[in-house]
Design a protein around this ligand. Structure first.
Ligand code: PLP
Length: 400
């Protein structure tokens, strides 16, 4: 049954906009009761009881020695990078959120962009090896879409070339690598608890590590470098998580299994709804590992779909489905990196191809099965009428 696409003047499929990363919110009463406790205590931040409790919960959940909670993952990355003593050049994939690169550049460390693998979207260890120079001091692997990057290969390279290895695990809270919770790889792993992530503290993040000295150093760095009431021993910043965020975290922790079930159910609903649409491939998630199913990632093959990824984004936005093009156009094509390394793309062919094809669809607890079915019907109809849709878009040129 054809549906009326708003690109042809029909009403949008959804009255309210549906977003990628709509926040998952646990039990309201529990959250408000915690905030009430906090107000009664008048302990709003500075290593408060909720932060300590949340850190302990993460430690147990991941099975790691230390969790240092922070105000967000970007500052957590910066602190981990500094505490590890990285300098010179550090290799990261270009296909990541811009914060991975900025956390280095912000402290005068050069991010060197490696390519990714087409099947995993994660950094290609062969490309990493090619990027090593005498100035390289470390590698930051990035786990994408809730699945681990090739940790073993990166560990091997780091050992062989005597480089420090850490991970941006912003997408991978609650996921496993070889059956073990992500958070135990390299010297440190960094989670994001941003509102859009699988598990959120509104804003927040954490570094987890099994290294006692590193954890102690990061705790000091998170609090301006204070070692005592009036004593500062080295440079630090303000990376502290506040108690409201930690209260949100404790509340969302109790909701984690529910969010996971919903994400998985949504993913399977998309799998059914998208199957058989030419040129649209749902990015595969392996059953062999635990995955948080945080993202629904579709790759668009223009030759088969008759529409580009960008055209499909236009169609979806017109229907109030705010699909996203993560991580278009790749860090190497954003400033300041684009001007600093104008030819980086020559060594990043897979990144450029994947970045041009990936489309993220809304999932999480803010969307239900009928909405998913409707989104799939929109996509199916658009592809089946690709010629007319293309004309309508060209006539209208909606902005994406
Ligand atoms: C979200 C994200 C970050 C940044 O996290 P914040 O908590 O928002 O600072 C870093 N890296 C990746 C891969 C992310 O997705």
């Amino acid at each position: 049954m054809p549906i009326s696409l708003s690109i042809f003047g029909g009403p949008p499929s959804f009255k309210n906009k549906l977003y990628v990363g709509g926040p998952n919110i646990g039990n309201r009463e529990a959250l408000i009761a915690r905030i009430d406790d906090m107000l009664n205590r008048r302990w709003l931040t500075n290593d408060g009881p909720f932060v300590k409790d949340l850190e302990q919960k993460v430690v147990e959940f991941i099975g790691v020695r230390h969790c240092v909670a922070m105000c967000n993952a970007t500052v957590a990355l910066e602190i981990a990078i500094r505490a590890l003593g990285l300098t010179g050049e550090v290799i990261i994939p270009s296909y990541t959120f811009i914060a991975t690169a900025h956390a280095l550049q912000w402290q005068q460390i050069t991010p060197v962009f490696a390519d990714i693998k087409a099947d995993t979207h994660c950094v290609d260890p062969d490309s990493v090896v090619k990027m090593i120079t005498p100035r390289t001091t470390g590698i930051i692997g990035v786990h994408l879409w809730g699945q681990a990057c090739d940790v073993d290969a990166l560990t091997e390279i780091a050992r062989w070339r005597n480089l420090k290895l850490m991970f941006d695990a912003a997408h991978a809270f609650g996921s496993t690598y070889k059956g073990r919770m992500i958070g135990n790889n390299g010297v440190a792993e960094v989670f994001s608890f941003h509102a859009t992530k699988f598990f959120n503290t509104m804003e927040g993040g954490a570094v987890v590590t099994n290294d006692d000295d590193l954890a102690a150093k990061m705790r000091l760095m998170r609090n301006f470098g204070f070692t005592g009431i009036d004593a500062v021993n080295y440079i630090g910043t303000n990376g502290k998580m506040n108690e409201v965020s930690a209260a949100m975290g404790l509340t969302n922790f109790e909701n984690l299994d529910h969010v996971l079930r919903v994400n998985r159910f949504n993913w399977e609903s998309y799998q059914k709804g998208l199957s058989g649409i030419p040129g649209l491939k749902l990015f595969a998630i392996s059953d062999r590992e635990k995955c948080n199913y945080q993202y629904v990632v579709v790759e668009v093959d223009e030759d088969l779909a008759g529409l580009t990824r960008d055209e499909l984004v236009s169609v979806l936005w017109a229907e109030n489905v705010i699909a996203r093009k993560y991580f278009w156009p790749g860090c190497h094509r954003m400033e300041p990196y684009r001007s600093l390394y104008p030819h980086a793309g020559l060594l990043l062919p897979v990144t450029e191809r994947v970045a041009a094809r990936v489309l993220l669809l809304p999932t999480g607890t803010t969307i239900d099965e009928p909405a998913i079915n409707q989104i799939c019907r929109v996509l199916k109809t658009a592809v089946s009428m690709s010629g007319e849709v293309r004309q309508a878009i060209q006539a209208e040129r909606p902005k994406t």
